[in-house]
Design a protein around this ligand. Sequence first.
Ligand code: ADP
Ligand code: ZN
Length: 517
Amino acid sequence: MTPLQALQQYFGYSNFRHSQEAIIQHVLNKQDVMVLMPTGGGKSLCYQLPAVLLNGLTVVISPLIALMKDQVDSLNLSGIPAAFLNSSQDPEEQKDIAVQLKNNQLRLLYVAPERLFGKDTRLMVFLKTLNVVQIAIDEAHCISQWGHDFRPEYLMLAGLKNEFPGVPVIALTATADKLTQKDILDKLNLQKPAVFISSFNRENITYRVNPKKNSFNQLINFLEERKDESGIIYCLSRKSTEALAANLKDEGFSAEAYHAGLTNDIKAKNQEAFLRDDVKVMVATIAFGMGINKSNVRYVVHVDLPKNIEGYYQETGRAGRDGLPSDALLLYSPGDAMKLKGFAQVENNPEQSAIMLKKLDDMVNYCQLHACRRQYLMQYFDEAFPDNCGSCDFCLSEFVKFDGTLIAQKALSAVARVKERFGVTYIVDFLRGSRSEKIWGDHKLLKTYGAGADISKADWQRYLRELIAMGYLRVTDDAYASLRLTPKSELVLKGLEKVELISSQTTDEKETASLNF
Ligand code: ADP
Ligand code: ZN
C-alpha cells in the first residue's frame, strides 16, 4: 500500500497537507525527523500513517494522560489497532494490552515518558523484546527549559536513542522558537535529523487586540454576535475562570470552566460537553486545549495577557481547525503586563528570567503594535511574510495613516549616524536632542541630532516599532538590542519608497504608550 492509498483508506482524506508526505517518507526510510507545524496543521498523521504502513509497533510518547484515550479511540474507530498504558488502568486492562503487544496485534502504543523511563523498568525491558519500528514524541517542546511548557519528565527521553538504536524518532511540536528547536535536537540526540518547518500562518484566523476597559462588557458584546458558535476564553487565574463562567451563565450563555485545580471528573465532564457542543463557551486557564481536537472552535479570546507569543499563538491556533473563518481577540491592559513582569522572575535563575522577560516584552510589543499583526507573528517565527495580511485589526482597521516618509528618513538616518550601535531608547533620545551627557558629548555634531524634537517620546517609540514591524529596521538578537538598517531602509533614505505611519490621534495607543519595558 502506498502512503496515499493509506491516507485515503484509513484516514479518509484525499490529499496530504503541508509536508506530511515528505515527513512520512523520511520515517519510512528510517530517518530521524523533527516536525514543526502549527496547531491544527496535521501532525498526528505524520506518525500515525507510517504506523499503519510499517510492520511493527509505533511507540507514541505524549505528556497528557487524559488525551491518550481520545487519540486511541479515534484510531480504533478508523480500524487502526492502538492502545495506551497509564496509571488510570487496572492491572487486568494492562495485562490485556501486554498480551496484544506480545502477539503483535497493536500498531500504536501511547505512553507517558515517566512510564517508560521511570524507576520501574519493566515496561522498557518488555518493549525492547518487541518489534518497535518508530518512536513519536508528541509536544516535543516540553523537553526545553526555554520553552513555555517545560516538563522535567521529558528530560528522561535523552536515553531514547540508546535504548532503541536504529529506530527512527519523530519529534513533533507546534512551538517554533529557535532555542527550543535546538534543545529538542540536542536533548533527544537525534541522528542527522531532517527538519520540517511548515508555514505557521493560519490564514483563516483574524487577529485583534482591543484595549481592556471593562472586560465583561467587552466579552458580552463579542459573544452576543456569536451565540451559536463555540469558543474558548482564556483567563490567567483558576478563580477567574470559575467566576467568569458563572457570570456568563447568569447572562444566559452556555459556559463552563476548566482549570487544573478541578477534579478529574469535572474536567472530563466539561471537556466532553464542550467537544459535543452541549456547552458553547469554555472559560479556561491554559491547562485546557493541548491536544484537544475540536474542529469548529470559532473564536479564542484572551481576557488576560498571555506570557509569550508561543503560548498565545498555540492557543489562538485552536480556533478554525476546519479552515473556516475564525477570530482571535485579545484584551490588553498595561496593568496585566506589569503583573506578569513580576511573575517572570525565576528565583536563582537570572538567565531564564531574562528569557522570560524578553518573551513577555515581545508579547507586549505585539499588543501595542501599529502594523500588520500577522506580519509580526510570522516574523517572530522567522517566517518571511512580505505583505500586509488584509485580515487583522490593523489591516482591516479604521486607523488613520499618514505619509510618514520624512519621519522614517529621520529615524533611519539617526540609526545610520550612530553607526547602528544603539537601541530604541537611545535613538529616541538622540532624535529628540536629549542633553544626557553621553548623547550630547558623543553626537551633538551629527546632522540628525535633535531633528525630531517636535515629536513626543511615546510617538517616536511607536514609529520605531512600526518601522521594525514593516522591516525598515531590525533589532539585533544580542543583549544590546541595537537597531540596524535593512535592505529596505536604503529605498526610504534615497526617497525611492514612501512610508505610511499611523496617526496617534485616532487610537487608544495613548493609554499604552507610557508602558515601556
Ligand atoms: P495538530 O496535532 O498538528 O494540532 P492534528 O493532527 O490534530 O493537528 O490535525 C488537525 C486536523 O486536521 C484533524 O482533524 C486531522 O484529522 C485533520 N487532518 C490531518 N491531515 C489531514 C489531511 N491530509 N487532509 C485533511 N485533514 C487532515
Ligand atoms: Zn494584517
